[in-house]
Design a protein around this ligand. Sequence first.
Ligand SMILES: [Zn+2]
Length: 303
Amino acid sequence: MTMVPLPAGNPPPLPDLRGRFAPSPTGNLHFGSLVAALGSWLRARSQNSRWIVRIEDIDMARAVSGADHAILETLAAFGLESDEPVLWQSQRLDRYQSAFDALKASGAIYPCHCKRSDLAAFNGIHPSSCVKRNAEGRPAWRVRTSSDSIEFIDRVYGRVAQRLDREVGDFVVRRADGAFTYQLAVVVDDADQGITEIVRGADLLDSTPRQIHLQRLLDLPTPCYLHLPLALDSSGRKLSKQDRARPVDASDPVPALQAVLVFLGQKVVSTAQVNDLLWHAVRQFDAGSIPDHRHAHAAMQKD
Ligand SMILES: [Zn+2]
């Protein structure tokens, strides 16, 4: 993946914005997810746009019972509430099935019995035809990638380009156990909800070309993208799993919100009131001040 910074000056014009925050209910809201929540909320609010919360519980094996409602309660304590009814991915399997059927009808996907071990000789990158020829059990379904470079403009990371065939390979949209994958679900959800700009953590930067590929195959619009830096510790290293997983304190939201604002390069006012803090943060929000932590991101990609 290559990233080229955008020149200073006039940013491209924005359409009417609908933003979203889409947490996975795998635990309580932690610092890294509060960065994505507040960053997406500020971006939407600063442009007088809607902000919608979606619970990404498509991977039911990872979902923790009750975590969805705990996240929504914590967001409310932080002054962040969805402008529309919250959507749960687990209630939308019929929509993912429709998209899957459309991909199948157009020949964009094919059944695959390759195991992870079969792909080891290919660095885990599935080539354009299956390694394993004999069909046993239910197949996974993979989408064909091409040699075209997929490019998009990220408002923090600049011009991003990726060759899916070389860097990712044909990827799974439905697993052998029948579950639809995140990549398919998120593309369908963003389109159904009319999301015009996706603001989320940079850990999803390298998923974006896969999602754009699916948007094109499904004839769906491609939204704008703004990826937020990943939460780092004071020495610039990626936060440890333990630190990232530490829940934020919903009973004392102001210090956590201030810490996120500092992390996002934004001005912070001194106040004890959540609404006061957020009001000033919206008025002063500057997407151009968000740091990209490019070196840390590059280091993380090599992990
Ligand atoms: Zn295969």
